[in-house]
Design a binder for this molecule. Structure first.
Ligand code: XBP
Ligand code: MG
Length: 231
């Protein structure tokens, strides 16, 4: 295991319910739109990866025409990205418990670190700088570069290309079924650390599923990686 490639939303940070959801709702409010996403509805909307795609799909369901959506979605999403950056800058988004220690232990064990996310670079970079300031994630692949979002494997293929490693020498760390499918489609072993939104996902194919980062260390990640090589 030469490298570990981390997802961001739901994995490095528990960012969806009290982060992105809040920012989407503030953006609706600021643009004078009547929509509000509650915790339960947002959980269902998370099946559509990528904020702009999520907005398009939801607004289409609300009967908004394609022309209207093409005009409003980029504005809504740009403002939502700014608002989410403000939440990060205000210290409202925190690393998941135990993940900072794990990435430091991996770096100390000379396992290289990378990021593959469907989220936008506009908030991913400031979030990593603020919450993981000394962690050498390289490359950081975001939804801005990957041509298709998870569960498509593009982001993982790009991360592997940046690392110059074959999939067999890396491991993905994810929180969701979408992420697991993307990682496996790229040929990567995958450990899933579930959260409230993903605990009921079908994760049977994962090399390892745990409820929190306190259940993981470098040795258990290496074991999960080896499990995939034997398959
Ligand atoms: C994350 C996403 C993103 C975030 C919001 O999925 O789907 O859309 O919800 O970020 P994953 P943006 O954790 O599988 O990468 O609004 O920037 O898209
Ligand atoms: Mg995720």
């Amino acid at each position: 295991m030469e490298a570990a490639i981390f997802d961001v939303d739901g994995t490095l940070v528990d960012s969806e319910r009290d982060g992105h959801r809040v920012a989407f709702n503030l953006a609706f409010e600021e643009l004078g739109l009547p929509y509000r996403w509650d915790v339960e509805l947002y959980g269902r909307l998370l099946e559509i990866a990528g904020g702009q795609h999520r907005l398009h799909s939801y607004l289409e369901g609300q009967g908004m025409s394609a022309d209207q959506r093409d005009e409003i979605v980029p504005k809504l999403h740009a403002r939502k990205t700014e608002l989410f950056r403000e939440l990060v800058a205000d210290g409202r988004i925190e690393p998941r418990a135990g993940v900072a220690a794990l990435v430091h232990d991996l770096a100390a064990a000379r396992v290289r670190l990378a990021v593959a996310t469907t989220g936008s670079r506009g908030w991913v970079e400031p979030l990593l700088e603020r919450l993981f300031p000394r962690v050498p994630f390289d490359p950081v692949i975001t939804g801005d570069e990957a041509p298709v979002r998870k569960p498509d494997p593009s982001a993982y293929f790009m991360a592997l290309a940046g690392l110059r490693l074959p999939a067999s020498e890396a491991l993905a760390v994810e929180d969701s079924a979408n992420g697991l499918v993307a990682a496996h489609a790229a040929g990567l072993a995958c450990v899933v650390v579930v959260n409230d939104y993903t605990a009921d996902h079908d994760l049977a194919a994962a090399e390892l599923v745990v409820a929190g980062f306190d259940e993981l260390d470098v040795a258990s990640l290496r074991l999960a990686h080896q499990r995939a090589q034997r398959r």
